[in-house]
Structures are given as structure tokens and as C-alpha cells.
Design a protein around this ligand. Sequence first.
Ligand SMILES: Nc1nc2c(ncn2[C@@H]2O[C@H](COP(=O)(O)OP(=O)(O)OP(=O)(O)O)[C@@H](O)[C@H]2O)c(=O)[nH]1
Ligand SMILES: [Mg+2]
Length: 370
Amino acid sequence: MKIKKLVVNSLQEAVEEVRNLYGPDATILSTRIIKKRLIPFLPFISRSQLEVTIGIPDTEDFSNHLKSQESVYEEINKLKESLREVVELVKKQKVEPPEETKPIESEYSLRALNLMNKLINKGVARDVAKAIIDAGCGYDYELKRLDLKGETYESLKMGLESTLNLVRDFESSLQDFKIIALVGPTGVGKTTTVAKLAYYIKELGKKVGVITIDSYRVGAVQQLKTFISIMELPFRTADTPQRLRECIGELSSMDVVLVDTGGRSHYDDIKVKELVPFFNKLPTLEIYFTVSANMDERVMAEALERFSVLPIKGLIFTKMDETLYHGYVLNLAYRTKLPILCWTTGQRVPKDLVMANYEYLTKLFLKVEE
Ligand SMILES: Nc1nc2c(ncn2[C@@H]2O[C@H](COP(=O)(O)OP(=O)(O)OP(=O)(O)O)[C@@H](O)[C@H]2O)c(=O)[nH]1
Ligand SMILES: [Mg+2]
């Protein structure tokens, strides 16, 4: 605040002067009567006047003060808003607990509940586990609860049979010429699985040829060529859709032609879409999305979505030996309704391959991990 002094003739004059000169915010702080000489060297000729001390608010300081107050109010309002949101959220949670914290219904017998928990502990999503157990249960009128229909193994197998699709008729489906292609993210084990499948099909007494369209990785062709030449099977490399058609023509006397593709990062849309012209309008083609069982289930689902620019017929899960959460495999198969062709359980070619069957799956979930 600035201080000023004015000399005026009356209080009335002081009030008007202060308002005119310094605005409505200026205030009169004090007044004092003074004698003013009319003629400087004659002290007795004087007149009474009023000395007024006024205070003028510093406008800049004042507006800064106001501004800082404004931002404090803004901050308070924001906090109020956040608090309101938190209260709303807490209210909602009270009404509808999230899926994971919901208690499992008490309408199941203890052993049915135990089995359901076993599945959940191995990564099976709650809704999927419930669907499997429901399918393996019947209503027990004595217990007044749902109970497993038979022994644990049988009931789980029954539950899996009615909820999950597996390619069960693979062997009998090899009567007619068939092209089987494996696609999927990089490094999941496609090439290794193609080699294992080639051996399996050969052992069924079928004629099998292999084509690779992996033109990205140096050494990729050689890796498969070595496996296939050991098995003495015909092998071709195709780097264009046209060449792939030619190779298929050359191998038309086979029962099965297996096609290996180079891994494509599912984050690289362009590379995934590059496969489309290769497989366009190929009759008797079956494309299997190959994914590693040790991947996070969200990553698996995301990758499958990207590869769905191709007509995916079924699923192959590799590296089953590298995870304890086999439930992720069930979740993807259950949600997509795609049939599983096979699992791979290690690096050994051709040994570590299991063609899809419910017995293996049932044992997998009942196995006690050390
Ligand atoms: N533990 C384990 N390793 C496996 C399995 N299948 C493949 N592998 C290993 O995974 C690695 C990659 O295998 P590849 O067959 O080259 O994988 P890919 O999908 O063809 O790879 P890209 O062509 O680069 O996309 C190799 O070291 C394999 O030995 C399996 O079932 N279990
Ligand atoms: Mg490969």
C-alpha cells in the first residue's frame, strides 16, 4: 500500500479529491488540522487547512493476491471432483464386486470346488473353469448341490470334452489331399513343429512334402531342410505366391503338404498381411495359428487377432513344457472355439509332439507340480 498526503480545505473536499485521484479503493487513514501562512513572512496571517493521510492499495499486489487465491480455489475444486469420483467408484464396487473377487458359488460340492480351484490355480479363467466344471457336474439331490458326475479324472475329462474343441479326426481326414500351413509370431516353434508333424504324418503311412516360405531369416530354410532331408521327404522353398502355387503343383502326388512360414511379429501388421496373397484361394488349405503356451494370454489373443486376416482353421500350442499356467491354452481355445490340433512339449524332433486328445489335457490339469 502506498501512503500519500493531501492538503485540502475541508473533509468533504478530501473525500472527493481522494475518490477522483486514486479511485474507490483508496482510504483516508488520518486527518490533521494545519495552519497555512497566506503571506510567508507574516505568521499571523494564516488559514486553517486539513492535512489528510491516505492509503492507496497497490493494484499489482492485489491482483496477484487474487490470482493466487483463484488457483487455490481451482485446486480445491479439482480435489473435490476427484473425491467425488473415488466415492462413486467405492459405491459401485460395493454393489458389484469385480469378477476375480466374487466368491465361487456355494452350490458346488467340496470336491467340485477343489477341482475348480485347481483349474483356476493353473491359469484357467473363472468363467472358463466354471463352464468346464458345470459340464462335468450333475445335481446331487442328497447334497442339494452340484457334484462331479464321476471320479475326478472322468468328470474333468467329461467337462473338457463338452467345452473344448480338439481336432479328433486328423488321421481320418488325411484321406484327401490337404495343405497344412503354420503361421504365428516369431520364435514360437513353427519350424520345429512342422518337422515334428512331417514325421508324425509319415509314420501314419502318408506321403508328405514340405514347403517353406520363410524368406526373412538367414538359416531358417537350412534348419528345416536338414530335418526334412533326414526324413527323406520332398522339400521346396517358395518366396512368392506364384512360386508357392508351383511348388504345391509339384507336390500334388503327396497326401499332405506342410507349409512353414517365417515368424512375423504380430505388432508388424504389414508383415502379417504379406502372407495373405500366398494363401489366397488355395483349395484344401488349413491354416493353424501356432503360439507358445508360455506367452501371456493377452499377448496370445492379441496375436491371434492380428493373424486373423488369414482364415485360421485351428490352434497349435508349443512349449507346453515351459509353463505352469496351461490354463491360458484353455482360455484361448474356449473363447475362440477354434479346435486344437496338437501341443509340443520340448525341443526334441520328432519326439516332443502330442496330437490333441482329452486324456492328455485332463492329466495335465490333475498333475501335481513339485
Ligand atoms: N522348450 C521348448 N522349446 C521349443 C519347442 N518347440 C520349439 N522350441 C524351440 O524354440 C526355438 C524356436 O523354434 P523355431 O522352430 O525355430 O521357431 P519358429 O517359430 O520357426 O521361429 P521363426 O521362424 O523365427 O519365427 C528353438 O530353439 C526350438 O528348439 C517346445 O515345444 N518346447
Ligand atoms: Mg521358423
